[in-house]
Design a binder for this molecule. Structure first.
Ligand code: ZN
Length: 132
């Protein structure tokens, strides 16, 4: 079962300036900055209620975030839903005909993650995440 929106991922060109903007908006500084080499990103997390905002800056010219910004510019990249059992959710959704585009794999913030194919979900990139 999808428990809640764990975080919203936003693709940015410059993490420092995006952090300043979201610190202004949310009234709190990021609680964590982390690099995920396998995804070619560095990320910042803000806590906002029980959900988070994840800012993602590409660390390479060809990673998924670089490609997203190239095609669509900065902005909303994905919505992540928290689940208790990642494999169980993946199996449930596969049976319903949904495809994964990546994962399950280790993501930022101590999570195991998987992404559904956005063509199957109204062009919204959906991330499923569970505690590692
Ligand atoms: Zn995410």
């Amino acid at each position: 079962m999808m428990k809640r929106i764990e975080h919203i991922g936003i693709a940015v060109r410059d993490l420092d300036s995006a952090e300043r903007i979201f610190e202004d908006i949310l009234g709190v500084p990021p609680f964590k900055r982390e690099e995920v080499p396998s995804e070619s990103v560095k990320v910042s997390f803000f806590q906002t209620g029980e959900s988070k905002v994840e800012l993602l800056e590409s660390t390479s010219v060809s990673g998924p975030i670089a490609e997203h910004i190239e095609k669509r510019g900065e902005g909303l990249h994905h919505i992540a839903f928290f689940v208790d059992d990642l494999m169980e959710e993946i199996e449930r959704l596969k049976l319903l005909g949904y495809r994964l585009i990546s994962g399950p794999k280790e993501g930022a913030d101590q999570k195991m993650i998987a992404f559904l194919h956005p063509a199957d979900s109204s062009k919204v990139l959906v991330e499923l995440c569970a505690e590692r």
